[in-house]
Design a protein around this ligand. Sequence first.
Ligand SMILES: NC(=O)C1=CN([C@@H]2O[C@H](COP(=O)(O)OP(=O)(O)OC[C@H]3O[C@@H](n4cnc5c(N)ncnc54)[C@H](OP(=O)(O)O)[C@@H]3O)[C@@H](O)[C@H]2O)[C@@H](O)CC1
Ligand SMILES: [K+]
Length: 466
Amino acid sequence: MTPLDGTIVLDAAAMRAAEQAAIAAGESVESLMQRAGRAVGDAVHRLAGAHAVLVVCGPGNNGGDGYLAAARLRALGRTVRVAAAAAPRGAAAIAAREAWGGAVEPLAAAKPAPVLVDSLYGTGLRRPLAADEAASLARLVAGAALAIAVDLPSGVASDDGALLGQVPRYHVTLALGAAKPAHLLQPAAARCGGVRVLPLGIALSGDTRALPPPRLAAPPVDSHKFSRGMVALIKGRMAGAGELAARAAMRAGAGYVSLLGATIPQAPHALVRRSIERDDPLVDARIGALVIGPGLGRDDHARDLLERALASDRALLIDGDALHLVTPERLRARGGTIVLTPHAGEFHALFGETQGSKLAAACTAAERAGAVVVYKGPDTVIAAPGGRALLAGEASSWLSTAGSGDVLAGAIAARLAAGGDPLDAAAAGVWLHAAAARRLGAGFIADDLAEALAPALAAAIRETRA
Ligand SMILES: NC(=O)C1=CN([C@@H]2O[C@H](COP(=O)(O)OP(=O)(O)OC[C@H]3O[C@@H](n4cnc5c(N)ncnc54)[C@H](OP(=O)(O)O)[C@@H]3O)[C@@H](O)[C@H]2O)[C@@H](O)CC1
Ligand SMILES: [K+]
């Protein structure tokens, strides 16, 4: 079992294509299912302690996995029962049912067991479960101390993370072969519990991954403040937003941070406050990342500042209000490195209403704007032009606090200013932001979050070294 960090994420069509490629190379559906069933059986055996197990099986290949997992559990000496609402269809699932060979209880009459394994539907689910089937599943999950979903909780849409009906909450989901978007996109992700991938030994390729831990190092011995990365932030009408983003950039590792348009000296004194009117500081060639948007406002002054930022050739991070003042076409025409950090409202203001999953929307938006798009939320998606995308999965719900987005903008800007691929920089910022929140636990405010980026950065550097 492997955790999700950095693993490949495949939609149902890509998963089928990987399966077909394996079959063309000499595998069979049966051999893949045997591997899946055995891996599920072994994982349940490890997770279930000495408790009795009930496996509920559906009519497709997800059900086939369940019959074989039950057979494996029986071979391991476990007490295991099987229930189903319908007979298996398809040769592999029928063979799996025969390999189990034991009793199959009617789902509606099945009594709960301490461990429930849901093998009803996986990536092939296209419509809501029938009401009686959904009710039976909910009853059996509620009656179990440990509920494990095979591949996906039955009732979630694999590609976009939607719920096709009432879906119970599971403790663990065992993803077969690869993670699916529903393991990382809401609302489905919150139903999955802990997700573990069971590798099936088939070749996988694709452009979407779960957010990996950043590969970060301490500054080299010959570093100076500018080589570590200079971040310049444009102060807006709401001064606190820029202050927070600036503190975050400092704590996330930038060597030099200036707040443009703030001239009254105050703590922290390491933050360089400069007028924005004299000697155009926006074109300073030492700037590694220029940030505009936090607390900017949307008036004419804000528009002027945005025009000046767009005219600069520096890597640009656009957040908050500034996302309401620009168009994707304008960004594409500007070119250069651009990172956008919209929440859902800002995303729709900039890109309009979109079709399909949050992942698809972010990828399309990145292409349209020629920018890395960090589509924020409880299931942040990061997409780059060209198709690469990262799914951050569930972060602390305490991040829903004022100023949290300003801190994220500062963290990403610090990593952007340090150089390298802008997608990696955005990913590192998102990771550090989530890690800082984890360290703080509950009830924190954005000021705490900015400060906690430093220990989160130190931990990421230690983990890179280990
Ligand atoms: N990829 C891999 O490498 C491997 C994948 N494997 C496994 O295969 C799983 C995908 O299998 P799958 O394609 O057979 O789909 P699955 O989720 O079992 O459901 C389809 C069946 O359910 C039916 N059906 C659908 N909705 C329904 C509803 N609401 N109510 C009632 N019926 C409904 C549908 O019928 P139909 O829509 O055709 O009428 C069809 O019969 C995948 O999640 C993984 O577990 C491993 O075995 C091996 C390696
Ligand atoms: K399932």
